[in-house]
Design a protein around this ligand. Structure first.
Ligand SMILES: *[C@@H]1O[C@H](CO)[C@@H](O)[C@H](O)[C@H]1NC(C)=O
Ligand SMILES: *[C@@H]1O[C@H](CO)[C@@H](O)[C@H](O)[C@H]1NC(C)=O
Ligand SMILES: *[C@@H]1O[C@H](CO)[C@@H](O)[C@H](O)[C@H]1NC(C)=O
Ligand SMILES: *[C@@H]1O[C@H](CO)[C@@H](O)[C@H](O)[C@H]1NC(C)=O
Ligand SMILES: *[C@@H]1O[C@H](CO)[C@@H](O)[C@H](O)[C@H]1NC(C)=O
Ligand SMILES: *[C@@H]1O[C@H](CO)[C@@H](O)[C@H](O)[C@H]1NC(C)=O
Ligand SMILES: *[C@@H]1O[C@H](CO)[C@@H](O)[C@H](O)[C@H]1NC(C)=O
Ligand SMILES: *[C@@H]1O[C@H](CO)[C@@H](O)[C@H](O)[C@H]1NC(C)=O
Ligand SMILES: *[C@@H]1O[C@H](CO)[C@@H](O)[C@H](O)[C@H]1NC(C)=O
Ligand SMILES: *[C@@H]1O[C@H](CO)[C@@H](O)[C@H](O)[C@H]1NC(C)=O
Length: 519
């Protein structure tokens, strides 16, 4: 007894030593302790303990993909992270733990949890050289350690291209529902189960014209509708990640909006919508266990298979890839079409530091030196009012520059055509010359300026940049960038605006969610 009580806490404390101090290491975003990560997996919120779990595709031995495990980290707020021991590993060589999801089986539908209402079941793909099957594992300690089910696999159709199960509870039919990709066939399958062990194929979904060479990481999510724009209180959104062959090149995610009745998803849109207008947002997964009435929350992988294994964080700092910010979502309509909105989860409140800037301008520049922000991470917001909606004119640009090297990440809005762009070509540690697919710039067209106001806001975090467009964040752009020295100065400039148009600019330093060295 005594031995156990001493050993258990010691074992539980075994995590990965890691250095989060490198100048490319994001501080407001999760990145793995060392080596390579890709898709977020098994995202669930443990309401009872107030802990968000993040598992992720992890190669613990190299800075490129391969040797896939489920890495694990926990957080009280999705911004402050503690690395945990690896949660799932293969049982034999060349048996890899591929993507999947996790749920709390509060009703013990699985029968794995004799005396608890907080058992966790992970549902994931096991990949071998010849086969991909769906498997489950259960955790009686809140998601820290898992036992694989003795009768795995729970689904085996004899395919090597069948993966990434995402499971949600469908209360109306009293079943668990799995969305899963038949990757090569460009089809999403739906399976149902009363108990997470026995699964029945219910339907297949695909739609004429959906892009991509392979489908991956489907997520079926019930998303609340912005009350002002529709009588419907929620819609089902099916998110599909594709690689390669995404519309912006390499890997990317799109969604279709419709209804789901427990077995069938019916799309109500003729065309898919891109989830992000830049190249670094793939395989987003939605949290299970978010309390009723709160908006759904996603975390994506902020990279692209086109160049993720070449980016310089590997040789320089021993890690590759970060997640996106945690984002809260609703559905709205933009120009008559459904659009999923994006907001940083809880407005970044748990890491929002000192306000650094609060200025108004009609023309010229506002400058901010943020070299004293130790995280080197900053949130900013640019709001325009008094736009002439009949003939909008002028430009509002932003520029994050390095005071030591002049490197920059810039972007801006041209009012007359609604063109919004971001560009990483001014950062020099990794360039189009290193990989022709590392596209320099991304752009989109913003919807009309409605009542004469518009805004964009975002976060710059050492090597990850995210921007959200419109008051509601109805578009998002996620872009990694790799400067040789920290970007530490922000310039916002306005030019040629109508004289009734004014711009207000605010910015805040962000506190780091990491201790620079995590034991
Ligand atoms: C960071 O260090 C502080 C002080 O040692 C500690 O209280 C906190 O739990 C640590 N945070 C993480 C995420 O490890
Ligand atoms: C959970 O399910 C198992 C197997 O059916 C059963 O033995 C156990 O009593 C159940 N526990 C609860 C609390 O329902
Ligand atoms: C648990 O059981 C209750 C009562 O039958 C039901 O309303 C609820 O949807 C179930 N939830 C889950 C996650 O099984
Ligand atoms: C569902 O789609 C898969 C992949 O294309 C196919 O193998 C399977 O036969 C389909 N099932 C049904 C019932 O159509
Ligand atoms: C769900 O929709 C499908 C296709 O429209 C239909 O065949 C099925 O009966 C519906 N199920 C329920 C429970 O309404
Ligand atoms: C940002 O600054 C760089 C370096 O001074 C300059 O080349 C670039 O044009 C600027 N971008 C914008 C949008 O002003
Ligand atoms: C760019 O991407 C395409 C398609 O993914 C690939 O065939 C090509 O080799 C890539 N180019 C480089 C320079 O990596
Ligand atoms: C809005 O919809 C109209 C009609 O379909 C189209 O002509 C216009 O380009 C759209 N505007 C934007 C910003 O997407
Ligand atoms: C304009 O519309 C936006 C978005 O609907 C809203 O947030 C804002 O308060 C409105 N502003 C004015 C001045 O009406
Ligand atoms: C704003 O522009 C209009 C049209 O050019 C002009 O008549 C007006 O005097 C200007 N107002 C101010 C305050 O500059």
């Amino acid at each position: 007894m005594l031995v156990q009580s001493i050993l258990l806490p010691a074992l539980a404390a075994v995590a990965h030593a890691a250095d989060y101090s490198g100048h490319l290491r994001p501080q407001a975003h999760f990145s793995p302790p060392t080596n390579f990560m890709n898709d977020p997996n098994g995202l669930f919120y443990d309401d009872k303990r107030g802990v968000y779990h993040l598992y992720y595709q992890y190669n613990p031995s190299e800075t490129v993909a391969g040797n896939q495990h489920w890495g694990h980290a926990t957080s009280p707020d999705l911004y402050h992270w503690t690395n945990q021991p690896i949660a799932l590993s293969g049982d034999k060589p060349e048996e890899y733990m591929f993507s999947g999801s996790a749920v709390i089986d509060s009703n013990n539908t699985s029968g794995f949890f004799p005396d608890q209402d907080d058992g966790v079941v992970a549902i994931f793909t096991v990949d071998t050289p010849t086969l991909e099957t769906q498997n489950i594992a259960y955790s009686r300690d809140g998601g820290y350690t898992f036992t694989k089910y003795e009768n795995n696999p729970v689904i085996d159709i004899g395919s090597k291209q069948f993966r990434d199960p995402q499971v949600t509870w469908h209360a109306d039919t009293g079943n668990w529902v799995m969305a899963i990709a038949y990757a090569d066939d460009l089809v999403i399958g739906f399976y149902t189960s009363p108990n997470l062990r026995d699964w029945t194929h219910a339907s297949n979904f695909t739609q004429e014209g959906l892009p991509g060479v392979q489908f991956e990481c489907p997520n079926l999510v019930k998303v609340p509708v912005d009350g002002v724009i529709s009588k419907e209180t929620s819609k089902y959104v099916l998110f599909i990640s594709v690689n390669p062959g995404a519309p912006l090149g390499g890997s990317g995610t799109f969604y279709v909006v419709g209804e789901f009745n427990g077995t069938h998803f019916i799309s109500e849109v003729a065309q898919e919508t891109l989830f992000d207008f830049s190249k670094d947002n793939y395989a987003a997964q939605w949290y299970s266990g978010i309390p009723e009435g709160e908006p759904p929350v996603s975390v994506g992988w902020a990279s692209n298979w086109d160049y993720t294994e070449e980016v310089p964080t590997g040789p320089l700092e021993g890690w590759r890839s970060a997640t996106t910010l945690p984002r809260a979502h609703t559905l709205t309509k933009v120009n008559g079409s459904w659009a999923v909105t994006h907001r940083p989860f809880k407005g970044l409140s748990s890491i929002k530091g000192e306000q650094l800037l609060n200025k108004h301008l009609k023309a010229g520049d506002v400058n901010l030196d943020f070299s004293s922000v130790s995280s080197n991470a900053v949130a900013f917001d640019v709001s325009l009012a008094g736009i002439d909606t009949v003939s909008p004119v002028g430009e509002v640009n932003f520029n994050f520059t390095s005071s030591s090297t002049g490197e920059h990440l810039d972007g801006g809005l041209s009012l007359h055509d609604g063109y919004f762009w971001i560009n990483r070509a001014g950062t020099h540690l990794f360039t189009v010359a290193d990989d022709g697919n590392y596209t320099s710039s991304s752009s989109t067209i913003v919807p009309s300026f409605g009542n004469g106001t518009f805004g964009f806001s975002g976060v710059i975090d050492r090597s990850v940049f995210e921007v959200f467009l419109g008051h509601d964040g109805s578009q998002s752009g996620t872009m990694t960038f790799f400067p040789t020295a920290p970007l530490d100065t922000l310039t916002i400039s306005a030019e040629g605006l109508n004289n009734r148009t004014s711009v207000s600019v605010t910015a805040w330093g962000l506190e780091s969610g990491w201790n620079s060295t995590q034991a």
